[in-house]
Design a protein around this ligand. Structure first.
Ligand SMILES: Nc1ncnc2c1ncn2[C@@H]1O[C@H](COP(=O)(O)OP(=O)(O)OP(=O)(O)O)[C@@H](O)[C@H]1O
Length: 243
């Protein structure tokens, strides 16, 4: 275990519907680091992210965030974590701006600070034109951008993104990459779950691969040898060739 890491995950496991979804997963994440999380469908990525975001409790194992026991005190998640889940749940009758103010308030900001935080993230993610639009009438990609803004509004120490490029156009994918690198440069740690290997190569420092709920690979991207080598590692694990 690295004492200075922002996130220390030690042996977390979780069963779902009577089957093991995640088994004995351990890793750490430093401030300023972007970790790509890969795995085939059903590998356990979302279950892992749900445990790291505080939405789901591990059956066993521990999670320490900024030196604090996150499983025993899930309020830590509210302050320190920004989470974009798959299909971010939004309130159809609230506007983009109202969403962002509500999320900032939920994270502990005063009314004035929440308004300022909402304005900042609207500017940064170029959501100005959509500011007063209700979430219920947004396009899929616009909903995804709002979900990302909600995860970022309180400038979290740990940003967890589950398939963030879903439904985004190529311009917005480029913007997303910039925002991820900006957060890392500002000292946040980022976990990015994706099916797109090119996304990992473009923005991540490290890559972890889950298979059958187990962590089968965790290495710096440079050490993984870039795109071609990452592809070989991924397919080796996914097809059982690397067992
Ligand atoms: N709500 C749930 N209830 C019961 N089982 C679940 C639930 N969610 C996931 N599972 C099971 O847990 C295992 C891991 O699923 P998980 O969604 O974590 O995988 P994933 O790697 O995110 O997959 P995908 O790439 O398809 O999103 C699978 O066997 C899945 O069927």
């Amino acid at each position: 275990m690295i004492a200075t890491a922002l996130l220390n995950v030690a042996g977390i496991s979780r069963r779902r519907a009577g089957r093991t979804a995640v088994s004995d997963v351990s890793f750490f994440l430093n401030r300023g680091e972007v970790l790509g999380l890969l795995g085939v469908n059903g590998a356990g990525k979302s279950t892992t992210l749900q445990m790291l975001s505080g939405a789901l409790k591990p059956d066993t194992g521990s999670i320490q965030l900024d030196g604090r026991d996150f499983v025993a005190d899930p309020r830590i998640a509210r302050q320190l974590i920004g989470w974009l889940p798959e299909n971010a749940p939004l309130w159809p009758e609230l506007s983009v701006e109202e969403h962002l103010q509500a999320f900032a308030t939920l994270r502990g900001a005063s009314r004035g600070d929440a308004r300022a935080a909402a304005r900042r993230i609207i500017d940064r993610l170029q959501l100005g034109e959509l500011r007063r639009r209700l979430a219920g009438v947004l396009s899929q990609g616009q909903r995804q951008r709002l979900g990302l803004a909600c995860a970022l509004v309180h400038e979290p120490a740990l940003l967890i993104l589950d398939e963030p490029a879903n439904a985004l156009d190529p311009v917005q994918v480029g913007e997303l990459r910039k925002v991820i690198r900006e957060r890392a440069a500002a000292g946040s740690a980022v976990i990015l779950s994706t099916h797109v290997l090119a996304e990992v190569v473009a923005v991540c420092d490290r890559v972890a691969i889950l298979h059958d709920g187990r962590l089968r690979h965790d290495a710096p991207l440079g050490g993984s040898g870039g795109g071609k080598a990452l592809e070989a590692t991924f397919f080796g694990i996914a097809t059982g060739a690397a067992a």
